[in-house]
Design a protein around this ligand. Structure first.
Ligand SMILES: [Zn+2]
Length: 197
């Protein structure tokens, strides 16, 4: 079991939707951001064959025999890390959940700086995340996603982010923090890990 802790420090406020007030959906929107970022990273660094969603727009249990052969790792590292039907991925916990939620405030937003202002619900609190994983490559898969989150390429809220939801990532573990800043070494470590699993 691997425990992996990191902090998302907001560069811009990030949006909270009403449903985010419920803990489970809030965590799942954060998890969704990591998942999107990891798929993007695998695709960018290794090409096709590491994500069922990227290749077939399905999850691993839904694939036919023929489709499975198209994946270089089955179940794919994304399903192993983020879970799928019948396979529990990493568990994600937001350690300061009530702090993040209680800091919510209204933010005036104008589409393309024109038109009327809309009030949207945002927070600016750093988010402390704990991931607990069983699959041996999961922390590297998450770290790869965090690399793209840290660059601002992947944001919280996706199409609803309204240009907000940009984070810097900080990891207490010095080794992992170094990996986050060195994509070549991270890629090599991930390649080695994926080869033996
Ligand atoms: Zn999959």
């Amino acid at each position: 079991m691997i425990k992996f802790e990191f902090i998302l420090k907001p560069i811009t406020p990030f949006t909270l939707t009403l449903s985010d007030v419920f803990k489970e959906s809030y965590i799942s929107s954060i998890k969704g951001m990591f998942r999107t970022a990891s798929i993007f990273g695998l695709r960018t660094l290794f090409g096709e064959g590491y994500s069922c969603e990227d290749m077939y727009n399905k999850t691993c249990p839904e694939l036919t025999e023929e489709e499975r052969k198209g994946l270089r790792v089955f179940p794919c590292p994304i399903c192993r890390t983020y879970g799928m039907m019948g396979l529990k991925g990493c568990s994600f916990f937001i350690e300061n959940f009530s702090e993040v939620i209680s800091a919510k405030k209204n933010f005036n937003y104008r589409f393309l700086f024109r038109g009327p202002y809309n009030k949207i619900l945002v927070s600016e609190k750093p988010i402390k995340v704990l991931a607990v994983c069983n699959y041996t490559c999961s922390h590297l898969i998450i770290l790869l996603g965090l690399y793209y989150v840290n660059l601002g390429i992947i944001r919280l809220g996706r199409f609803k982010s309204r240009g907000l939801g940009i984070f810097r990532v900080e990891i207490e573990d010095k080794e992992l923090q170094k990996l986050l800043e060195d994509i070549n070494t991270l890629r090599e470590k991930l390649r080695e890990c994926l080869e033996v699993t």
